[in-house]
Design a protein around this ligand. Structure first.
Ligand SMILES: [Zn+2]
Length: 123
């Protein structure tokens, strides 16, 4: 049974909260192993993997943030915006590999930006 509009989660209330705050979790845009879907879509999988990998990295390595690093971090978010927005407005259809790849890049950029904000505000 395959329904493109069905959600991965079974609880409607939890599903609505997750959809609004975490991820849409559309089955056709979510990786799965066998019959088990990942908890978030392919784009969010990439974002979370690279963002938390970056946090793990900076736990051991001191990074002194500067305007060049912050600019590069902003630029790293552009691919995911282009991929998501062109798909949203119907210009093209993305695929899970591209969503995951642009998510990896954007997650690293977001990780750098969040850490840079913390570094600027609290150091
Ligand atoms: Zn997602």
């Amino acid at each position: 049974m395959k329904n493109k509009n069905s959600k991965v989660a079974t609880n409607n209330h939890v599903d609505s909260l997750l959809k609004v705050f975490i991820c849409h979790r559309l089955p056709e845009r979510t990786f799965k192993i066998g019959k088990w879907y990942f908890p978030v879509c392919s784009r969010c999988t990439g974002i979370y993997i690279s963002m938390f990998s970056y946090y793990f990295f900076v736990y051991f390595v001191y990074v002194q943030y500067n305007p060049i690093i912050i600019t590069i971090a902003f630029l790293m978010i552009i691919p995911v915006l282009l991929d998501g927005l062109t798909q949203f407005f119907g210009f093209r259809e993305s695929n899970n590999a591209l969503r995951f790849t642009t998510g990896l890049i954007a997650g690293l950029g977001l990780g750098i930006l969040f850490k840079a904000m913390k570094w600027i505000l609290f150091s």
